[in-house]
Design a protein around this ligand. Structure first.
Ligand code: ZN
Length: 162
């Protein structure tokens, strides 16, 4: 089932989600719904709070199939930083420049409960940091300049008016 994506301004996006166990039957539904929603939105990644689910879960697909990350943690981050443009399904209309770690290693459980560790750089490292930010109530408008933040909000309002 395709769920509606909450937009910037909705308090559900600003809640730091605590870690917790996820019931396996419930998890299956959540993952199916998040997958449908990600596909429909043609996004690369989607975090549970974006669809109003306060669980530490995100899904992503970089063109190699869907991956599910439960209770993800950054276990290593590079000292080097990298700037690039980023958009967000919760802020339709534009992109802003965001400075992030150039590389990270993250650890998470998959949908079957197996531990997965992934070394990421470039776009994937950026995606991981973006999605984990969502689980902590942080959004790209918090990580850019005041000027870019204003521009993005204006673009979102324009997009909203159609
Ligand atoms: Zn986002």
């Amino acid at each position: 089932m395709v769920l509606s994506i909450h937009k910037l301004g909705d308090p559900v996006l600003r809640y730091p989600v605590p870690e917790g166990d996820i019931d396996s039957a419930e998890l299956k539904t959540i993952i199916n719904d998040m997958t449908d929603t990600l596909r429909e939105a043609k996004g690369l990644g989607l975090a549970a709070p974006q669809v109003g689910i306060l669980k530490r879960i995100f899904v992503y697909d970089m063109g190699e199939g869907l991956r599910v990350m439960l209770n993800p943690q950054v276990v290593w981050e590079s000292p080097e930083m990298e700037e690039d443009t980023e958009g967000c399904l919760s802020i339709p209309g534009g992109e802003v420049t965001v400075r992030r770690r150039a590389a990270v290693k993250i650890k998470a459980f998959d949908e079957l409960g197996a531990i997965q560790e992934i070394d990421a750089e470039g776009l994937l490292a950026r995606l991981f940091q973006h999605e984990i930010d969502h689980l902590n109530g942080v959004m790209i408008v918090d990580r850019t300049t005041e000027e870019e933040r204003r521009r993005l909000i204006h673009e979102m309002i324009r997009e909203d008016r159609g």
